[in-house]
Each structure stands twice: as C-alpha cells, then as structure tokens.
Write a protein that binds this ligand. Structure first.
Ligand SMILES: C[S@@+](CC[C@H](N)C(=O)[O-])C[C@H]1O[C@@H](n2cnc3c(N)ncnc32)[C@H](O)[C@@H]1O
Length: 285
C-alpha cells in the first residue's frame, strides 16, 4: 500500500490531535504531575536560563513550553508551535492560570519554521517529532533557526518493549484483527525509538556534541479501567484503530487491554515502566 503524502499526514495529524484535545484537557493534571521530570530534563539539556528566547516544537497542551517560560523568566520568551489549535487553546489557558506573559502559542507545522535564521537561543520538543512525515527537514530547520553555540533538546518515546502502557493496546488489537506490518519509516509513536534514529538526523543537519540517552521512569493509574479510559480519550492513534473495529471486536480489545494492564498492579495502583529517548545537540560556533 502506498504511503500517505506528507500533506495527507499533516492533515490527519491536525484532525487527530484536535479531536483528542478535550481528552488531553481532562487528563491534563494527571500527565502534568506524572511527566514533570521530563520537562525538567529538557530544560536542563537545552541549557535554559534567564533571558533566553526559546522555541518549543509540538507544544500541544503546553509542555515543556510552560516550564521553559518559567526558566527564562520575564527577560526571556518562549514560542510554542503546534498544528492543532484546540490543543493550543488548552496551553493558552494554562499560561494564563500560571500568570505567564512571556509565552506565545502559534498554530503551524514544524516542518517549515516561520522564523529567521539564528533567531532562537534554544529549541525544545516533547513527544512530537516522531509524528512528522519529513523529520530530517525539521532537523535542518532546527539547525537553521538556532543561534551558533546554542542547544536543542528533544524527548521521544523509546522502544515498544519498554513502554507497555503504549504498546499493549496495539498488541491487543493484533490479537483480534490482522494488522499489516508497520513500516518502520512511517510516522508513528515509535518512529524515533531506536538509538541514533534522531541523533543521526541532527548530526546530518550539522549539529555537534550530540547526546542520545534512554531515560527510564514510570507512571501509574488508580486502576486498569482508569488506564483504559485515559487511553481511549487521549491516544489519537489508538482511537483511529478502534474506529475500524466492530462493536464486538472493540469489547474484546477492551477486555484484553484491561487484562494486560492488570499485570502491572503494584500495591493499590497500576504502575507502568516508561522509557524515553532524550536527544540533545549544539549548533557549532
Ligand atoms: C503527544 S502530543 C505532545 C504535546 C506536548 N508536547 C506534550 O508533551 O504533552 C503531540 C503534539 O504534536 C503535534 N504535532 C504533530 N505533528 C506536528 C507538526 N507537523 N507540526 C506541529 N505540531 C505537530 C500535535 O498536534 C500534538 O499536539
């Protein structure tokens, strides 16, 4: 089957993330609390400090852009760019609640960055770049808009075996219907999961001092049912797959997902290990 064109990928990404924006708002506090450590790691890897001008790619409902805005303070500024305007509406509300006046959210595709060359002191991005149809183009754009000597820091999901909270839903669907094998070069949640996947693109874009490390953590839910509900409300790719199933197949998948998630019961909670690939690099000069 022919791969969708870059334009088709961008259009469906925009639709998908706009559709789940309400779910992201509902689960916002849960994810902000449980994933804050990744934002702090990105702020550190991007070497943020007071007064810098930062670009955050694929800000969604606001992170790490909002932490970056706190790190650079009133003398600095942050621009967060994302395809999905409904996700950014949530980010804007959060900026207001936090009293942040130095962050601006802008609708756009990060494949082509609408900014002058050497106009940013740092670039950050969490869980966006693997969804792009033309990732090397964005790597080149990052290299172009960074000032010499400055850093980019990116978080993407590591391999499925180490991220059962994401991969077990796909495994459950595969038990119920035949899915065509995934093209490893197609945009998707694990597209940049392997060591070197994004680091090599940054290197080819001319960045130096590149680091590529796996960061292990965990997150937990009150119950397997709660996990299932959140998955269905925020995970656009899983929603898309579920929409292709009959009602009976959906119920079977739900049963399999809840059964698989229950194996991660620890004490009163369902606790999943997670593995995130943290990639950083510096523009020479
Ligand atoms: C999983 S969310 C991550 C949001 C946020 N950074 C976080 O970590 O919570 C992925 C985001 O990437 C955005 N995205 C996907 N493709 C994009 C593109 N080509 N340009 C800009 N944003 C894109 C989506 O709209 C979505 O908001």
């Amino acid at each position: 089957m022919a791969l969708p064109s870059p334009e088709q990928v961008i259009t469906s990404q925009r639709q998908d993330w706009n559709r789940v924006a309400g779910g992201w708002e509902k689960w916002d506090r849960f994810f902000d609390e449980q994933m804050a450590f990744l934002n702090h790691r990105l702020v550190a890897d991007a070497r943020l400090h007071s007064g810098l001008r930062v670009l955050d790619l694929g800000s969604g409902t606001g992170y790490p852009a909002l932490l970056a805005a706190q790190a650079v303070g009133a003398n600095g500024s942050v621009v967060g760019i994302d395809l999905a305007e409904h996700m950014l509406t949530v980010a804007e509300k959060k900026a207001k609640q936090l009293g942040l006046h130095n962050v601006l959210f802008k609708v756009g595709d990060v494949t082509t960055l609408p900014f002058e060359s050497a106009s940013f002191d740092a670039v950050t991005s969490r869980f966006c770049l693997m969804f792009l149809p033309e990732i090397p183009k964005t790597a080149l754009e990052i290299a172009r808009i960074l000032k010499p000597g400055r850093w980019v820091a990116v978080a993407v999901w590591s391999v499925p075996e180490k991220n059962p909270s994401i991969s077990l839903s796909m495994a459950a669907v595969k038990q119920v219907i035949d899915l065509p094998p995934t093209d490893p070069t197609a945009p998707g949640i694990f597209r940049l999961a392997k060591p070197g996947d994004f680091a090599d693109m940054l290197e080819r874009a001319g960045l130096a001092d590149i680091t590529d490390q796996e960061f292990l953590g965990e997150w937990s839910y009150g119950s397997a049912d709660e996990y299932y509900t959140s998955l269905m409300e925020i995970a656009a790719p899983v929603q898309n797959l579920m929409a292709t199933l009959s009602e009976a197949q959906r119920l079977e998948v739900k049963h399999l997902i809840i059964k698989a998630a229950s194996q991660f019961q620890r004490g009163a909670r369902i606790t999943f290990p997670i593995a995130v690939r943290m990639v950083a690099g510096r523009k020479p000069g």
